[in-house]
Design a protein around this ligand. Structure first.
Ligand SMILES: [Zn+2]
Length: 292
């Protein structure tokens, strides 16, 4: 076991204290809390449920526009926590259904806000804007691989730390999550992670306990590490100069997964940190904001 029980209990208490301050829905048989009524697109929220019946099957459907994301609940303790991602591009209103044995037993509504984003111009090697046609098969395979690595089920609680401990103890975000980028004035895409400024060779620490699920070089993200932290939470560390972990390795929060570098599609050394909940990208910084 790599997980520390007393720390998990402490984390539950910490998280739960947030929810005691907020409004929630209660019934004799079920307690339901959400931190906030107003949530940001590209962020996430935590649902806390108590008194679920262990004999029944539960699911949370998060419905944003035409898109529904299903979260299956595994009841291990009296209290069940679930991280719910709010995808970028969601409409302004979303709904949450709590489903018990395929029947909706509770509904909730949320107003979704947008964080201001900017468009930034980026200059990279042309091969990263228009990859050579001969690489089509490799790129397709890499895309499938990354897709499969993004979601898995393990039941754990979370606590986070900044993955790069900058020299002065401060980490700057050079390109925030959700920004639009124009590569070499011709191709546009959305930034599904946060770029953290750091010198090449700076150690990169895992944000939490977990299992390394992928550690290899990929075309766009260079030397890449994916770590599973339990439930549907996955973190990604990209553009490393060196990878220090191997596939299947169990690691603790703070363990070094590699060194900051400039491999793949980059303009210079930095850490690209990605966080996925249920396979959906969220702003890694929102984790720190909520647990601060
Ligand atoms: Zn990035």
């Amino acid at each position: 076991m790599i997980y520390n029980k007393s720390r998990n209990i402490l984390t539950v208490i910490l998280l739960f204290s947030f929810f005691l301050l907020t409004s929630g829905f209660r019934s004799a048989r079920l307690t339901y809390f959400v931190k906030s009524r107003i949530l940001y697109k590209g962020s996430f929220f935590i649902v806390v449920l108590e008194h679920l019946d262990k004999k029944k099957k539960y699911r949370i459907d998060f419905i944003a526009g035409s898109r529904t994301n299903a979260y299956h609940l595994k009841i291990i303790r009296k209290q069940t926590l679930k991280l719910i991602a709010i995808p970028l591009g969601s409409p302004d209103k979303a709904r949450l259904n709590l489903v018990e044995n395929n029947e909706i037993i509770m509904q909730d509504e949320f107003r979704l806000l947008e964080k201001p984003v900017e468009t930034v111009s980026v200059e990279v090697k042309q091969q990263y804007v228009y990859p050579p046609a001969g690489l089509n098969k490799q790129l397709w395979q890499e895309q499938q691989l990354v897709q499969s690595v993004k979601s898995i089920l393990l039941d754990k609680i979370y606590f986070f730390q900044t993955p790069v401990r900058a020299i002065a103890g401060v980490t700057n975000t050079s390109t925030p999550f959700g920004y639009k980028r124009i590569f070499n004035k011709s191709r546009t895409n959305l930034h599904f992670g946060a770029d953290l400024s750091a010198r090449a060779g700076t150690p990169v620490h895992s944000v939490f306990d977990g299992v390394v699920k992928l550690s290899r070089e990929l075309y766009f993200t260079g030397n890449t590490v994916f770590v599973h932290h339990g439930d549907n939470l996955v973190s990604l560390y990209a553009h490393l100069s060196k990878i220090s972990v191997t596939n299947g390795q169990k690691i603790r929060k703070g363990d070094i997964v590699g060194l900051v570098g400039a491999t793949g599609r980059v303009t210079g050394p930095h850490l690209h940190l990605g966080v996925f909940i249920n396979g959906l990208a969220i702003d890694p910084m929102s984790l720190y904001e909520i647990l601060k």
